[in-house]
Design a protein around this ligand. Sequence first.
Ligand code: SAM
Ligand code: SF4
Length: 357
Amino acid sequence: MSIGLGMPGIRPTIDLATRPASPALIDRFGRVATDLRVSLTDRCNLRCTYCMPADGLPWTPTADLLSPDEIARLIGIAVRELGVTSVRFTGGEPLLRADLVEIVARTAALDPRPEIALTTNGIGLEQRAVALRQAGLNRINVSLDALDDEAFTRIARRPLLRRTLAGIDAAAAAGIAPVKINAVLVSDVEVDPVELLQWALARGHELRFIEQMPLDADRSWRRADLVTAGDVRRRLSERYTLVPDSAPREGAPAQRWHVHPLGRADTAPLGAVGIIASVTEPFCGDCRRTRLTAQGTVRACLFSHDEVPLATALRTGADDDQLADLWRAAMWAKPAGHGIDRPGFAPPQRSMSEIGG
Ligand code: SAM
Ligand code: SF4
């Protein structure tokens, strides 16, 4: 049997005959996915230059998005049958879903209950942080690329810094700790990583720098322009002493560093910082992620060129065992790595906000 399984858009090139009879989401390279990213919408209220075009994208009609029932059913299959232990809701902007609190609550009611996380730009979080916490949200990452209005607006193309900051404060006040802050540095807008780190340390948030990947809708990513993990570490090391966290990384994208006052690694750390070097120090060999797009297709990798339309199968009557097997087959086809540095690399057709970051 081939991976195509009669589904449109799936290249019938991967032989499934060699797939082991494992219940887990195992791939041809022995990696097992336990961490599920669910995109709840491809809509967004920002237009970050590294993600969306200035004019936005044709949004998926609301009726075609996964419904709360479908989300609960698919995540239920993932945790009961496929070994998924953690779920992160993302997008687009997941706070644009009016039913987000319900989706979190239904996920929290599953048995076994997965860890539940959210990645958001924080706009509107001020009004919903407490309800999300009460619904069972365990962890949150809020994206914040700059601390001054002008730089934020140049990157996000919307003057909404204050609302993101209010969302971060609300998440912390609701007891979601630590709040993690995601920052992508771009070469054409000057942002001081030390200033961002000082700001995060002062509030007890954990900052994570993310290297920009070629997933922008504008296709303007250039390897030569990249602000690299090495650049960030160099800048931070002028001000702090960074000591690598010795705890096992367990497939986490971020390498964690304990942050000490400069030259004082012997003192208690001021906090921690994570650096996600997806491009220059890829961690594909230990990837544990599987993805559901907002339309309910499975993507084995951010950089996959193929998707398996799980929601189509669900809507045409597939039972849980059939859906689980489709999901396993999709993951079996996962590529070894993103290959950004290889000659002939082609970014996926869909950009970050459409895939779900
Ligand atoms: N809208 C939410 C947000 O911004 O947090 C969730 C979706 S967004 C796609 C998830 C994460 O992906 C954000 O932290 C964002 O900064 C990051 N991201 C978007 N495009 C990226 C790119 N081209 N390279 C690296 N990270 C990117
Ligand atoms: Fe929207 Fe997040 Fe993409 Fe920015 S990174 S445009 S906030 S989806």
